[in-house]
Design a protein around this ligand. Structure first.
Ligand SMILES: [Zn+2]
Ligand SMILES: [Zn+2]
Length: 408
């Protein structure tokens, strides 16, 4: 791990920080900078998507140093989320080449000018959808619809419209959600860093950064699942299992997990599912049979599939609530039976990022994990090295694992 420069200087990272751990320059650094006009570049390893539906390339990239209000974070763990894979298949639109990854945690190792909310050496969770507190949505309290940071989501660039990554041919490489944590290091806006309680393991913080907040938040913030209710959850991946965790928290009595893979039964039951249904042609009928012929009070699509989304309303009893939690394909359309909506008063809505107030919820879920009430560790089936990223994606697609995590 080295910094290289415009000239011939290569500066070990440890040496760079040996005097002032708050990120300020020591005298030696200032002399070198003035003499050689160094632009600090960190060589990093990252998983790059260059072509749709092709394996990710593990490449050495150059990462520019943080600008004002940005920080450099050494990634300690990241999760493999299905939403990243939607970019690989083109279901989510994103210019290429891009470094994927939006579920990560790490250690702050350099801070840019004006950064006040995090310090050198802090363990942080990376928030893929922070909020500005100033736009109309933020001031109205709808922080998970922040207009300012919504721009970063689809662009793959920082707010200034540039990227901090370049490849071996000196060409820019985009950063998914302005984040790009399928890498050894990231430079990100300081606002996306949330300090975690010190004893939080990095892989737990990473999962709270997407799957847990999305799933548990969908249950507690958006659905407000009530005690003693019945719930059906389609999909038992990281988000679906987090929904199940949330339903346990909410005191749901009947939690029906549905998945196409039988091996998920044990995992789903271990998270708190009371019933398991292998997805097939008559899934809705089986769900009805398990709910006294009425249907469930709540139905969640954790996959982001139109086929599943159209099964949600038929799975509900009168006045039930259906939620789209997984990311649906871009430009897709849903067909619903008008009778379900009108006569039976069923409701359909969605939830992005668990409708969370991330300034509060991340820390809340970390504390719930540390106190033993939210078993986030049970979500993790397998650990990988970054070089095994394509294998990790394959395992996720095969449906054999809950969540795979890469640790360093
Ligand atoms: Zn995700
Ligand atoms: Zn905002």
């Amino acid at each position: 791990m080295v910094f290289s420069s415009y000239g011939t200087i290569v500066f070990p990272l440890d040496k760079w920080f040996d005097t002032f751990h708050d990120g300020s320059e020591n005298t030696h650094q200032r002399i070198i900078k003035n003499k050689y006009q160094i632009r600090n570049i960190l060589k990093i390893t990252a998983a790059v998507l260059r072509e749709l539906n092709q394996p990710l390339e593990i490449e050495e990239l150059e990462l520019a140093e943080p600008k004002a209000n940005e920080v450099l974070v050494k990634i300690d763990a990241f999760g493999i989320c299905h939403s990243d894979y939607h970019v690989v298949t083109g279901l989510a639109k994103q210019e290429l080449p891009v470094v994927l990854g939006h579920e990560g945690a790490g250690t702050v190792i350099q801070i840019g000018e004006g950064v006040t909310n995090v310090k050198f050496g802090q363990n942080v969770l990376l928030n893929w959808f922070p909020y500005c507190k100033q736009c109309p949505q933020c001031t109205a309290g709808n922080t998970n619809h922040c207009k300012t940071y919504m721009k970063m989501l689809g662009q793959g660039k920082m707010l200034d419209g540039t990227t901090r990554l370049t490849d071996a041919n000196n060409k820019p490489v985009l950063q998914l959600s302005g984040l790009a944590c399928w890498a050894t290091h990231v430079v990100v806006p300081d606002i996306i860093c949330t300090k975690m309680p010190e004893s939080t393991p990095p892989e737990i913080a990473a999962l709270i950064g997407c799957a847990v907040t999305t799933g548990v938040g969908a249950v507690l913030n958006q659905a407000s699942v009530h005690k003693g209710s019945s719930v059906v959850v389609y999909g038992s991946g990281g988000v679906g299992l987090s929904i199940i965790m949330g339903c346990v928290q909410a005191g749901a009595e009947k939690i029906i997990a549905v998945d196409r893979t039988e091996t998920k039964e044990m995992i789903a039951r271990n998270m708190g599912a009371t019933h398991f249904v292998k997805a097939g042609g008559d899934t809705v009928r089986v769900v009805k049979d398990l709910t006294e012929g009425l249907g469930a009070d709540y139905a969640f699509d954790a996959v982001g599939s139109i086929e599943i989304a159209e099964m949600l309303l038929p799975s509900l009893r009168e006045r039930g609530l259906a939620l789209l939690v997984g990311v649906p394909p871009a430009d897709s359309r849903l067909q619903v039976d008008a009778t379900d909506v009108f006569r039976q008063e069923k409701k359909l809505t969605g939830t992005i990022y668990g409708s969370a107030d991330t300034a509060v919820d991340f820390e809340k879920y970390a504390k719930m994990y540390l106190s033993g009430s939210l078993p986030v560790d049970k979500l993790i089936s397998k650990h990988y090295k970054i070089e095994e990223i394509n294998e990790a994606c394959r395992d996720m697609l095969n449906g054999e694992i809950a969540r795979g995590v890469v640790t360093f």
